[in-house]
Design a protein around this ligand. Structure first.
Ligand SMILES: Cc1cc2nc3c(=O)[nH]c(=O)nc-3n(C[C@H](O)[C@H](O)[C@H](O)COP(=O)(O)O)c2cc1C
Ligand code: SF4
Length: 499
C-alpha cells in the first residue's frame, strides 16, 4: 500500500532540514511525498504529516530514520495536541500545512477563486462598500483603511491604473508575506484581481524583496498557472501581472520609494501628496497594498464583510498575523483576532524563554518598533492601543530579548540600521541618524557624557517631528524606549567615562 506523507516546502522548513528528509526518502518504495506550505510552527520543523484513521497525525522534528515509525503510525500527535496550533484562529492561514502551493485544482477544490468569481459579478462600488463594511485596515504598517485608498484610485480618472503588492517585507523578524507567496500564491493573486476590478486596472506588479528567491519563483509559477487556466482576467480582459525583484533596500518598502524603484530609478522617498492612489506608478493611479492585506481581501470577499467586522476590536477588525521570534522556545506564525495582550501571546504561544534565559524586553513592529519591558506587556495587540502608547504594531513582528542583551549595543545596532538604510532625501533622518549613531558608539565605548545622552534624546525628538517618512520618524523609538526603560545601562556606561 502506498503511504502518502506531507512535508513542507517552505523556506523555513527547508532551512530546518525538510529537503534532507525528501532526499533520503526519494527512492523509498510505496511512498508518496507531497510538498506543502508550512504551518508556521518553526520549532517543529521539519514536520512530517500523514492521514490516519482518526485524522491528520504530525511527527515533529522528523529525521530520516523515523520513516518506519511514521509508516506504522507510531508516535504521531494530533493537531489538537499541539497548543501552539490548536489555540489559533486561522482564516487567512487556514490551509497552511495542507495545501500544495502551486495546485490551482486543489485551490479551487478548497473553495479558492470563489472570491474573484464573486467579485467579478459585483460593481466596483459594491466591492469598495464591502471593504468599508469589513473595516479592513492595511497590514503593511500604516493601518490605513483599504476601502478609502481603493475609492480614491477608482474615482481618479486615468487611461491606465496599477495594482502593486508590496512584498518587500523588510522588517527583521517578519515572514508572513513570504509564507503567503510561497504557500498560498493564488490567494494573493485573487486579492489583486479583486482590487483591479474595484479600481479599473489591467496591470499589476508584485514587488518582492531580493532576499526571497523562492517566493518570487512560486509567484511566477502561480501566475503562469493562472494564465494557463484563463483565470488571470478582469472584466473578461487579461490582467498582466509581473513579479519584480527588489534591490535589497529597506526603504524600498516605503510606497513612494518602492514605485521609484519599480520604475527603474533609485528607491528614494517622495513628498506626499500626491498619494500613489492619485499619481503613483508612471504618474498613474496606483494602489500599493501589502501582501497580507490582499490575502485578507480574498478571505473577506469569500466569507463576507460581516465575518471580518465581527472579529477583533472596535477599530482593529479581523485577525492579526503575529510573527514570534528571538529568544523564545516556540518561534513561529500566529493568526488570532486583534485584541489579545502581548503577555497572553508570549505566554500562550512563546513556550517560555529559550535555554533558560530570562526575559528582558520585547520589540514589536520591526526595527523601528518600540521596546517593551515586562511591566508593559499588558498592552493590547491592536492598532489603536499601540498608537495611544506611541508605538506601532507594524507588520506584526515580535522579537524577544533575554537578560544577556546589552541594551546600549542593541540601541546602537538599531540606529546604525536607520542610518545605513536612510534614503537621504530629508536632512533630519540623513544627518540625525548618523549623529545619533555616533553618540551611541561613543556611549558604547564608555566615552559618552551626560550631555551626549541629552543630545541623543533631543535629536530623537527632532527626527520624530520633522522626518519626511516613517523611517526617520520612527527610527529613534527603539533607542528612546531603550533609554526610557533601561536607562541605568546607559548611565553606567557614562560613569565609566567619568571614572
Ligand atoms: C521605511 C518604510 C518601510 C516600509 N516597508 C514596508 C514593507 O516592507 N512592506 C509593506 O507592506 N509596507 C511597508 N511600508 C509601508 C508602505 O509605505 C505602505 O504604507 C504599505 O505598503 C501600504 O500597504 P497596506 O495599506 O496594505 O498596509 C514601509 C514604510 C516605511 C516608511
Ligand atoms: S525619513 Fe529617512 S528614509 Fe524617509 S525620506 Fe527622510 S531620509 Fe529618506
Amino acid at each position: 500500500m502506498i503511504t502518502t506523507l506531507y512535508l513542507s516546502n517552505d523556506t523555513s522548513a527547508r532551512a530546518a532540514g525538510a529537503d534532507r528528509l525528501a532526499h533520503a526518502w526519494e527512492r523509498e518504495p510505496d511512498l508518496q511525498l507531497i510538498r506543502t506550505s508550512s504551518r508556521g510552527a518553526f520549532f517543529l520543523e521539519p514536520l512530517v504529516e500523514c492521514d490516519g484513521p482518526a485524522g491528520r497525525l504530525l511527527w515533529p522534528r522528523a529525521t530520516p530514520g523515523d520513516l518506519p515509525r511514521i509508516r506504522a503510525g507510531i508516535g504521531g500527535v494530533q493537531l489538537s495536541d499541539v497548543p501552539f496550533l490548536a489555540q489559533q484562529q486561522r482564516f487567512v492561514f487556514s490551509r497552511f500545512g495542507q495545501a500544495e502551493p502551486l495546485s490551482l485544482t486543489q485551490y479551487r477544490a478548497d473553495g479558492g477563486w470563489q472570491a474573484a468569481d464573486r467579485a467579478a459579478g459585483w460593481s466596483p462600488e459594491t466591492i469598495i462598500q464591502e471593504m468599508k463594511a469589513s473595516g479592513l485596515r492595511g497590514r503593511g504598517g500604516a493601518a490605513f483603511p483599504v476601502w478609502n485608498k481603493w475609492d480614491i484610485a477608482r474615482r481618479t480618472a486615468s487611461d491606465q491604473k496599477y495594482v502593486v503588492a508590496n512584498a518587500d517585507e523588510g522588517d527583521a523578524g517578519t515572514y508572513c508575506d513570504r509564507m503567503i507567496m510561497e504557500g498560498e500564491p493564488f490567494r494573493l493573486i485573487e486579492g489583486m484581481l479583486i482590487c483591479a476590478k474595484a479600481i479599473g486596472a489591467d496591470c499589476g506588479y508584485i514587488y518582492c524583496r531580493w532576499e526571497y528567491p523562492a517566493a518570487a519563483g512560486a509567484m511566477r509559477a502561480a501566475i503562469s498557472e493562472a494564465e494557463r487556466a484563463g483565470a488571470l482576467a478582469v472584466e473578461g480582459r487579461p490582467f498582466r501581472l509581473e513579479v519584480f525583484r527588489g534591490a535589497g533596500s529597506y526603504v524600498c518598502g516605503e510606497e513612494t520609494a518602492l514605485l521609484s524603484s519599480l520604475e527603474g530609478g533609485r528607491g528614494m522617498v517622495k513628498v506626499r501628496p500626491p498619494y500613489p492612489a492619485v499619481a503613483g506608478l508612471y504618474g498613474k493611479p496606483t494602489v500599493v497594498s501589502n501582501v497580507l492585506t490582499f490575502a485578507t481581501v480574498t478571505e473577506i470577499v469569500s466569507r463576507g464583510a460581516a465575518w471580518h467586522a465581527a472579529l477583533g476590536t472596535e477599530r482593529s477588525k479581523g485577525t492579526v498575523a503575529l510573527q514570534l521570534g528571538g529568544r523564545i522556545r516556540q518561534p513561529g506564525l500566529i493568526e488570532i483576532p486583534f485584541g489579545s495582550t502581548l503577555r497572553e501571546v508570549l505566554e500562550r504561544f512563546g513556550g517560555g524563554m529559550a535555554d533558560g534565559g530570562r526575559f528582558k524586553a520585547v520589540q514589536v513592529g520591526g526595527p523601528l518598533g518600540s521596546l517593551f519591558p515586562e511591566s508593559q506587556l499588558d498592552i493590547h495587540l491592536c492598532f489603536d492601543a499601540f498608537n495611544d502608547a506611541g508605538a506601532v504594531l507594524g507588520h506584526g513582528g515580535i522579537v524577544v530579548f533575554d537578560d544577556q542583551t546589552d541594551m546600549v549595543e542593541l540601541a546602537r545596532h538599531y540606529m546604525t540600521f536607520t542610518a545605513e538604510e536612510s534614503c537621504g532625501t530629508c536632512s533630519p533622518c540623513r544627518i540625525g541618524s548618523v549623529r545619533s549613531r555616533e553618540l551611541l558608539e561613543r556611549i558604547e565605548r564608555g566615552q559618552g557624557t551626560p550631555a551626549d545622552l541629552e543630545l541623543l534624546a533631543d535629536l530623537g525628538e527632532t527626527m520624530k517631528a520633522t522626518s519626511l517618512c516613517a523611517h526617520g520618524a520612527r527610527g529613534p523609538y527603539p533607542v528612546l524606549t531603550a533609554i526610557e526603560h533601561f536607562g541605568r545601562e546607559f548611565r553606567n556606561r557614562l560613569d565609566q567615562a567619568d571614572a
